[in-house]
Design a protein around this ligand. Structure first.
Ligand SMILES: CC(C)(COP(=O)(O)OP(=O)(O)OC[C@H]1O[C@@H](n2cnc3c(N)ncnc32)[C@H](O)[C@@H]1OP(=O)(O)O)[C@@H](O)C(=O)NCCC(=O)NCCS
Length: 228
């Protein structure tokens, strides 16, 4: 299908889109981490076919969002699958034109169709509540990321889907692999993927030990990879 000049098309990624997806993540985040993460998520067990989405305009990829499989694990070790949004990126020249919103809406709809009960995201607190995301802490659900409570959100995709569910969300192992690789590198500028507030908080907590922050990153790094 061709996307006309004005029409924005959201569809699942294809082989021919991969280089453009890498480039958009690079441009939007201003660093390579997220682009590499997306490349590795695509090869991992948590990749969900049809949930790595591209936004196309004039036959060009101008935005991307990936939802991977994650698990909410309770104290007894019982787990419920959910989808985790991120990274997502819109080409800087096309930001703030509603493209991100369309990508998220389509992904949530697809997740619902695939019978996932919930979606989680760690990110901008002004952005995600518009989709119905609520602070995960209200349901006693948290990420393993220190200081992220107010940035960690959950959305029930079907009524009652989160009844009785609480625990810790374990992201795809690729998030921790990236954090592991980062740890070995010399500390440098923090990633822009996370809201600055989180980065600041963590920088001060780490008293000079600057680590890149990823959804599910730093702490999952110290825990076992999620069972897949
Ligand atoms: C965040 C991002 C994906 C949003 O996509 P987008 O297409 O620019 O956003 P949209 O146009 O769909 O969103 C429109 C609304 O979200 C708001 N918004 C966009 N980016 C935002 C941000 N970073 N923080 C808070 N609000 C934001 C806009 O102000 C606008 O609000 P309004 O409708 O009340 O005016 C995009 O800006 C981007 O790629 N940023 C860099 C990478 C990044 O931060 N990714 C997210 C990781 S958590």
């Amino acid at each position: 299908m061709k996307s006309s000049e004005k029409e924005l098309l959201i569809r699942g990624e294809r082989e021919a889109d991969l280089a453009a997806i890498h480039e958009i993540n690079l441009l939007a985040f201003g660093q390579e981490d997220e682009a590499k993460l997306v490349d590795s998520l695509r090869k991992g067990k948590s990749y969900i076919k049809g949930l790595s989405l591209v936004a196309i305009k004039e036959d060009k990829v101008i935005g991307h969002a990936i939802f991977t499989k994650a698990f909410i694990v309770n104290k007894a070790g019982k787990r419920q699958a959910c989808i985790a949004l991120g990274p997502m990126a819109v080409h800087p020249e096309h930001q703030r034109h509603g493209i991100g919103i369309k990508l998220v809406e389509e992904g949530l709809e697809r997740g619902r169709e695939l019978a996932f009960n919930s979606a989680v995201v760690l990110g901008h607190k002004e952005y995600y509540p518009r989709f119905g995301f609520k602070p995960a802490s209200e349901r006693n659900i948290r990420s393993t990321f220190p200081g992220a409570e107010e940035y960690f959100f959950i959305l029930e995709l079907k009524g009652g889907g989160l009844k009785g569910i609480s625990g810790v969300v374990q992201y795809a192992r690729e998030f921790s692999m990236l954090a592991e690789a980062k740890k070995k590198e010399k500390p440098k500028e923090p990633a822009t993927e996370m809201p600055n507030e989180i980065q600041q908080k963590n920088l001060s907590q780490q008293s000079g030990d600057i680590n890149t922050v990823q959804p599910g990153g730093e702490n999952i790094l110290n825990s076992n990879p999620p069972p897949q």
